[in-house]
Ligand binder design. Structure first.
Ligand code: ZN
Length: 203
């Protein structure tokens, strides 16, 4: 199982971190060990002093493929949920300054959290999906899928030009503006429309 993530897929978020808006999807990966297993506590990583949440829509791949066309891409995912791409922002800023890879900031154990899976709606492109994150009961991030620079099918087509996609692979499709810091004791809740798909306490 592989976890792909898209960076800078929402213009407002790219700008809030002072990044250029990319001409093609920015892709990075997390290993299987990054996925927080159900009923497992989430601990603040000891190597960071600036842990950020990033709420994202996450897709689950249901069919093996490579060189998938955009037109065929919708056959390759059947699950969708909201998740958090946890980021050690202090580490990432250091790595970015030096032009180094992001893994230490993004791909550590349990840095990928996913909510309960839902079936992908048939009208996923006609009816954009609203999603949000609450921290201690306050809404801190909201997004809508129609604001993505690269849509679900475009992302899948792009990734599959470089990597084979396999059943069970996950794709974090990028975070909207509003990323921010969380601390021990915070309770994060992820929403897909009005439905809460996860609740997580930072230990
Ligand atoms: Zn992200």
């Amino acid at each position: 199982m592989k976890i792909f993530c898209v960076g800078r897929n929402y213009v407002d978020h790219a700008k809030e971190l002072g990044n250029e808006v990319p001409a093609e999807p920015v892709i990075f990966m997390k290993p299987k060990s990054a996925l927080l297993q159900p009923h497992t506590p989430f601990y603040y990583p000891e190597f960071s002093n600036e842990l950020h949440y990033e709420i994202e829509l996450v897709l689950r791949i249901c069919k093996n493929g490579k060189y998938i066309s955009e037109r065929q891409a919708n056959k390759y995912y059947n699950g969708i949920t909201v998740g958090i791409d946890f980021t050690a922002r202090d580490i990432q800023n250091e790595l970015k300054k030096k032009g180094l890879p992001w893994e230490k900031a993004k791909s550590w154990d349990n840095s990928a959290v996913v909510g309960t899976w839902k079936e992908v709606p048939v009208d996923i492109y006609k009816k954009p999906i609203n999603f949000s994150l609450k921290n201690n009961s306050e809404v801190v991030q909201t997004g809508i899928s129609s604001d993505m620079m690269f849509g679900f099918d475009e992302i899948i087509a792009h990734i599959s030009n470089y990597f084979s996609l396999n059943i069970g692979d996950l794709i974090f499709t990028g975070t909207p503006a509003g990323v921010g810091e969380c601390v021990v004791g915070d309770v994060l809740e992820g929403f897909y429309e009005e439905e809460r798909l996860f609740e997580l306490e930072i230990k």
